[in-house]
Design a binder for this molecule. Structure first.
Ligand SMILES: [Zn+2]
Length: 327
């Protein structure tokens, strides 16, 4: 799958290929830059994937594609990220996560106001859930079909535009949410700082993102597979996937950054968030029932490790983050 999702066939079952969509051809020039989190230029080679150079910051540990695609090129891709008829499938896959996130916010935000803003709000399902719980909900997304779906079908107002370029009021919200956005965008540091600005003191931030701790291990497996005959077997297990990309850990240009719980927590605290907690995230519902059972098994195993380490080791493929804006 190397092309952006085009218009889906009318009448066909909406597929989740957009969720799996990972690579497309970059046309413009790439721009080099310092570390996005700490500004350091002490970036060292980490690995190469899809002809992109991936580097690791020696000062803060952030994994990042460098040089990076330009903002306009990324915005162009995400403007067509949501095909028009995939909304119901999207809801089926992510419904459990919307519930979990809503509960996390309501538990953390007792006694606060009820105004939420979501970055990358997509079709608006999560905001619709918050509205059902009595919250006033707003958001932003780059996809016109998604924004129109939210307005027409769910009655949720989502601004069409880029973030943080789209003007949003400061100090106005009690909760800010961003689900699987941070790893896709050019400037995650800018996004997190803007989210902090938009929060009232004591307001809650929640995020979901891939966990690079686990992906790193997966990458090592790929390297071992190159060297050992077992590589043949591993590639058979993942049959149907492009053999060149089967062991990619970031898959640029769709993912430009790799975060571990420690690196992210340190950065959030540096920019003024307090009581930062990183949890294991559940996998979203995809594939067959066997996949779902396997994912469930993995989740309970990593949860046991999480509990035994008193919340210090989160190894799930995806993370949930909760933090509060310091006073
Ligand atoms: Zn850094």
């Amino acid at each position: 799958m190397t092309n952006p999702p085009g218009p889906a066939n009318p009448g066909s079952r909406p597929s989740l290929r957009l969720i799996e969509q990972r690579s497309w051809k970059i046309k413009g020039e790439l721009e080099p830059g310092p570390c996005n989190f700490c500004g350091s230029d002490r970036l060292i080679f980490y690995r190469e994937e899809n002809s992109f150079r991936i580097e690791r910051c020696r000062d803060c540990g952030l994994i990042q594609v460098n040089p990076r695609p330009r903002s306009e090129e990324l915005s162009g891709f995400y403007a067509q990220y949501f095909p028009e008829n995939s909304a119901e499938e999207w809801l089926r896959v992510y419904r459990d996560q919307y519930q979990e996130d809503a509960e996390l916010i309501e538990r953390g935000c007792r006694g606060c106001g009820k105004k939420i803003f979501e970055v990358g709000a997509g079709y608006g399902f999560f905001l619709a859930e918050m509205t059902r719980r009595g919250w006033e909900a707003e958001g932003v997304d780059l996809s016109r079909p998604a924004v129109e779906y939210a307005r027409e079908r769910l009655g949720i107002e989502i601004q069409l535009g880029d973030f943080p370029a789209t003007a949003v009021p400061e100090g106005k919200y009690d909760a800010l949410a961003g689900s699987f956005v941070l790893e896709h965008i050019r400037d995650p540091a800018g996004m997190l700082k803007m989210m902090r600005e938009m929060l009232n003191p004591g307001g809650i931030l929640i995020l979901r993102l891939p966990n690079h701790s686990l992906l790193k291990i997966y990458g090592w497996l790929g390297t071992a597979a190159e060297l050992l005959p077992v590589g043949f077997l591993l590639r058979r297990i993942r049959a149907g996937t492009d053999p060149e990309t089967v062991f990619n850990v970031l898959d640029p240009p769709a993912h430009l950054y790799g975060f571990t719980p420690g690196v992210l927590k340190e950065y959030l605290e540096k920019i003024g968030f307090v009581r930062v907690r990183v949890f294991n995230g559940r996998m979203h519902r995809r594939g067959t029932r066997i996949n779902w059972l396997f994912d469930g098994l993995v989740y309970y195993m990593v949860e046991i490790i999480y509990l035994l380490s008193a919340g210090k080791v989160a190894l799930a493929p995806a993370l949930r983050v909760r933090a509060f804006k310091g006073g």
